[in-house]
Write a protein that binds this ligand. Structure first.
Ligand code: HEM
Length: 400
């Protein structure tokens, strides 16, 4: 077993091409799929770029997701110990079992394939309404505020019972939180504000129950109102920013590749595969997932010591040539099954069936309504979300 010699190299973030991860990360994977890297606070941790190693780590209970154990690999975003005390209760993405299990199991029934099937007609209606509005407006439009952002935002609001009219506040807060250039104090203030908003909402719902997920958690009577607010916060952020960026970036990728666009538009039988391939190819959780070793663990011949942090680079892992043939090619006809775009293991995305349903409905509907859809600016003028925790496009001017 060999241990890599620590080198003071931080995470490469700059992309040479908008749809491909940084070339430097690819060179790192050629050197070693598990490699040393210096974190934002100087911690000498690891970066994982190989599919098999990443999947093994995500399934291994010897790796923790508790924030007090994690170091941040992201420049400008060290984890401040004082912020941990202000972490919302019920924010189960940052908990380990059995604490994590207690919260997650209260929600799993709400996000099954069957439950999501029942939502499909409503999702289709929301998509059609937004396409009608685009048509009424006429070209050109920015697809982000007219289509990509409002559809998942409205769907998650209806599911949770969050008034969509309040979107300015929660979209502003979640954008500030996910922007890695937001000063830490401002990011904490956005988190506090979002929590205060959800807490007020939960208190209001305790007296005026509705037929929605938050009301269901209240009437189950197992959690405090602060815990329900924290879970609501997690679902609200996770439920719209991620899918919104898949819709925006996915449309951009298809407009840059007309042959693939035709597959998505004209072949209903391949939509399921096509969405998985876009998830693999785009890997919008582009900086990756972090875990900390609870004990010494050997992965791919490297000894990761207890206390060391590991960054799993999803864009690299999802383009590992050992797992996917011609990984840098977008091929909607391939089976991209098994990609790690929704994570893996106990934290695997709770909302993945919802996200899939939204994408399977929204992409073909958009492309069929506007068969001549095209970029209204040269591709290099589309501003990319390089500094955001979720990758995507800031704006997507289109015409038809
Ligand atoms: C295309 C859209 C989406 C992507 C790419 C995505 C990606 C991910 C990933 C990678 C994780 C794992 C995090 C980790 O292991 O640390 C995750 C977890 C999670 N996602 Fe998603 N997600 C999407 C949509 C959604 C939606 C629509 C919801 C809404 C309900 C949602 C709710 C969650 C929650 C609650 C977790 C935490 C699960 C846990 O810790 O047990 N996600 N997501």
């Amino acid at each position: 077993m060999t241990e890599a010699i620590p080198r003071r190299e931080t995470l490469p973030i700059t992309r040479e091409r908008p749809l491909d991860p940084p070339d430097e990360l690819g060179r790192w994977r050629e050197e070693a799929t598990v490699r040393r890297m210096t974190y934002a606070d100087g911690h000498e941790g690891w970066v994982v770029t190989g599919y098999a190693a990443a999947r093994a780590i995500l399934a291994d209970p010897r790796f923790s997701n508790r924030p007090e154990l994690l170091h941040s690999p992201f420049p400008n975003r060290p984890i401040r110990r004082e912020d941990l005390e202000r972490m919302p209760p019920g924010f189960f993405i940052r908990m380990d079992p059995p604490e994590h299990t207690r919260y997650r199991k209260l929600l799993t029934g709400q996000f099954t394939v069957r439950r999501m099937k029942l939502l499909e007609p409503r999702i289709a209606e929301i998509v059609a309404d937004h396409l009608d509005a685009m048509e009424r407006h006429g070209p050109p439009v920015d697809l982000v505020p007219t289509f990509a952002l409002p559809i998942p935002s409205l769907v998650i609001c209806e599911l949770l019972g969050v008034p969509y009219g309040d979107r300015e506040r929660f979209q502003r807060d979640s954008a500030a939180l996910l922007n890695l250039e937001t000063p830490l104090d401002d990011a904490q203030a956005a988190l506090d504000d979002l929590f205060a908003y959800l807490h007020e909402l939960v208190l209001r719902k305790s007296t005026e129950q509705g037929d929605d997920l938050l009301s269901g958690l209240i009437s189950a009577g197992e959690l405090t109102d602060r815990e329900i607010a924290g879970m609501g916060l997690l679902l609200l952020i996770a439920g719209h920013e991620t899918t919104a960026n898949m819709l925006g970036l996915g449309t951009f990728a298809l407009l840059c590749d007309p042959a693939q666009l035709t597959v998505m538009r004209d072949d209903p039988g391949s939509v399921e595969n096509a969405v998985e391939e876009l998830m693999r190819y785009l890997s919008v959780v582009h900086l990756g997932l972090i875990r900390a070793a609870l004990e010494d663990v050997e992965i791919d011949g490297r000894l990761i010591r207890a206390g060391e942090s590991v960054l799993l680079s999803l864009p690299l892992v999802n383009r590992d040539p050992e797992r996917f043939a011609d990984p840098t090619v977008l091929d909607l006809a391939r089976s991209a099954h098994g990609h790690l775009g929704f994570g893996h293991g106990v934290h695997q995305c709770l909302g993945q069936q919802l996200a899939r349903a939204e994408m399977r409905i929204a992409f073909p509907a958009l492309l069929r309504r506007f068969p001549g859809l095209r970029l209204a600016v040269p591709p290099e003028e589309v501003p990319m979300r390089a500094a955001m925790a979720i990758y995507g496009v800031h704006r997507l001017p289109v015409a038809w």
